[in-house]
Design a protein around this ligand. Structure first.
Ligand SMILES: [Fe+2]
Ligand SMILES: [Fe+2]
Length: 184
């Protein structure tokens, strides 16, 4: 498994693809290796951050797309990701999510990260791939959180989130296939 490092200042995450000597530095500070989540609030912050990233991604692409139906779909997705974010913020402030401490530290951050990021130069097909992989990671993340939730209501919340991300992924896969076939 490759190692990931995060900059505490700018938030950049880098993946090590070949080992070597020396320390990774970003924003004038050594980067910290991403390992396991340390607390529930760290888990929820991560989830909130990912939802915001997805929201911005769909909004940005909704502007660039030619198909009107797809533009509307992406705006809808952005709205759903925003609702997910709000839901997680409520979970965080209600602090009803209390898994056993051991379970928390069992979760590896890198399992829920996608190792490619969208860039402004990406074409629609590449952007779809990033989005699909992100939706898949979100699905796994919420499924794992659901398994950890001791309270029934909260488990249902996480399961519902997992289902919605699965739907997003499916919808993107359908679009991706259309793109591929329309080119040949
Ligand atoms: Fe989401
Ligand atoms: Fe999603």
């Amino acid at each position: 498994m490759s190692e990931f490092y995060k900059c505490a200042i700018c938030g950049k995450i880098v993946k090590v693809i070949a080992e070597g000597e020396g320390q990774l530095v970003c924003s004038g500070q050594p980067m910290t290796q991403l390992s396991n989540f340390k607390s529930v609030s760290e888990i929820l912050d991560f989830a909130i951050e990912k939802e915001e990233e997805s929201r911005l991604f769909y909004l940005e692409w909704s502007d660039k797309l030619e198909s009107r139906a797809l533009r509307e779909q992406f705006v809808l997705f952005a709205g759903e990701e925003n609702k997910h974010k709000e839901k997680l913020q409520r979970v965080k402030s209600g602090s009803t999510f209390k898994p056993a401490a051991k379970q928390v530290t069992d979760l590896k951050i890198v399992d829920y990260l996608v190792d490619i990021v969208p860039t402004p130069e990406m074409d629609f097909q590449e952007a779809l791939i990033v989005a699909m992989r992100r939706e898949k990671a979100s699905f796994k993340f919420y499924s794992d959180l659901a398994a950890m939730a001791q309270e029934e209501g909260l488990r249902e919340t996480f399961l519902a989130l997992a289902q919605e991300e699965a739907k997003h992924k499916l919808r993107l896969e359908t679009e991706y296939e259309k793109e591929i076939y329309s080119e040949n």
